[in-house]
Ligand binder design. Structure first.
Ligand code: PBG
Length: 429
């Protein structure tokens, strides 16, 4: 059984109810908490406890018979009693009486008990695999996002800090920030994106001050700052200007790095931006800052709730000249080769669940870590199905995340990060 030592990077609840100096707590790896057979109301399984040291009081119970005597008894045919083989369980009346199929392989044998299923589980999932996307705004209150039940635009000084602390409590120590920028600061060239005292850099500085080991990913794209709602600068005739946009993105990435971002994540899909951002970061002394590239980002309708959250819908047209056609598979390789060559540290696929084949493709073709983004529409559909009692929200949530891992995602950006991590830690909502 795969187990992991409880080694809380933050304040993951450790083994409760045991003398911790005498015991080392081993917790079943988080995947085992994901047990589709377990009803959502049943208690999580107990922790495994391994004795690290034991005080031995020296008294051994004296056996009545020696080993030799026991063996002699068995040889003489007087083996002690053991329970009989239990009777064959009865089938319901009316079950057809048939000859067994002659099968050399019965795959169900390896699935017959929870212990076996745990032994042979191929994929695991843990809070360390999650990156928690968080929406921030200038306000002091947290405003619910209508299309994303359970998600809020968080006040950057209060609500956000509390949310990050909650996530760290259950082992989620990576976040990605998405700002809701006041309309008055939006412009056709999105210059607010590289204001060193803008909402995102200010927030990064605050979070790094409070939680120095928090891993912060940022979004690099102009859409939250663009009066046109596009990821790039829009020319008079509607064309998104590639190289000029990349120029802006480099400034944005450097500004985020200066504030303390660990990963800058270009989600804009302009050509050549990874290499340009890498060069810009390096020339400013940020060669330790990583790039998570949105390598295969599709022009998807699953982003609807996100755009509502940030009020970032394109004012006209769509994003099809830069985001990929959902019908395309091979094209993801073109993007992946470029991003790899330009120095990306992580390749991201987005959306997640409808694009498992793309995740697998990049996993097989690249040695780099792969990220999957379970986007707003995927989240909202599961939430809606749960609220309407059409599906079991918690189980579908865990299954969807496990499937993203199975397809090959190392990390998953998911709005479920906190809820799922709580579930993995055996806590209820
Ligand atoms: C924008 C961006 C989008 C998302 C992440 N970054 C929206 C878009 O491309 O229009 C979508 C995330 C989601 O739907 O959860 N650069």
């Amino acid at each position: 059984m795969a187990s992991t030592i409880v080694n809380a990077p933050c304040t993951v609840p450790s083994v409760k109810g045991f003398e911790t100096q005498n015991y080392v707590g081993l917790r079943p790896i988080s995947s085992l908490w994901f047990n589709p057979g377990r009803t959502s109301t049943s208690r999580p399984r107990p922790l495994f406890v391994v004795r690290a040291c034991e005080r031995f009081d020296g008294s051994v119970k004296k056996a009545e018979m020696s080993i030799e005597e026991c063996e002699a008894a068995v040889v003489a045919g007087n083996a002690p009693e053991a329970p009989p083989v239990p009777p064959k369980p009865a089938a319901p009346a009316g079950t057809p009486v048939i000859q067994s199929l002659q099968l050399t392989r019965r795959p169900r044998r390896n699935r017959k008990s929870p212990v076996l299923r745990a032994s042979f589980q191929e994929t695991s999932i843990s809070p360390a695999n999650f990156v928690y996307p968080l929406f921030i705004h200038e306000g002091q209150e947290d405003t619910p996002i209508g299309a994303m039940p359970g998600c809020y635009r968080l006040g950057w000084r209060h609500g956000l800090v509390e949310e990050v602390a909650k996530a760290r409590d259950v082992g989620v120590n990576s976040i990605v920030l998405f700002p809701k920028v006041p309309d008055a600061l939006k412009s056709p060239t999105g210059d607010e994106a590289y204001n060193d005292n803008g909402l995102v850099p200010r927030t990064i500085r605050l979070l790094k001050d409070k939680f120095p080991d928090l891993v912060i990913y940022t979004d690099v794209a102009l859409d939250p700052y663009s009066s046109d709602g596009h990821d790039g600068i829009v020319r008079e005739d509607g064309v998104i200007m590639n190289d000029e946009t990349v120029h802006q993105l480099c400034k944005q990435a450097v500004s985020q790095a200066r504030a303390g971002a660990d990963f800058v994540s270009p989600s804009d899909m302009m050509d050549g931006r990874v290499g340009a951002i890498r060069a810009a970061l390096d020339s400013e002394g940020f060669n330790h800052v990583s790039i998570m590239s949105y390598t295969a980002k599709y022009a998807s309708s699953f982003y609807g709730p996100f755009r509502e959250a940030l009020d970032s819908n394109p004012r006209f047209g769509d994003k099809k000249t830069y985001q990929m056609n959902p019908a395309n598979y091979r094209e993801a390789l073109v993007e992946a080769h470029e991003d790899e060559a330009e120095g990306a540290d992580i390749l991201l696929v987005k959306p997640g669940l409808p694009y498992l084949d793309i995740i697998k493709l990049l996993r097989n073709q690249s040695p780099l870590p792969i990220a999957a983004y379970q986007v707003s529409g995927e989240y909202s559909m599961i939430k809606a199905g749960g609220v309407l009692k059409m599906i079991d929200e918690e189980r579908v949530m865990m299954e969807s995340l496990m499937c993203l891992r199975r397809a090959g995602a190392d990390i998953i950006l998911t709005y479920f990060a906190l809820q799922a991590a709580r579930c993995l830690c055996g806590e209820k909502k």
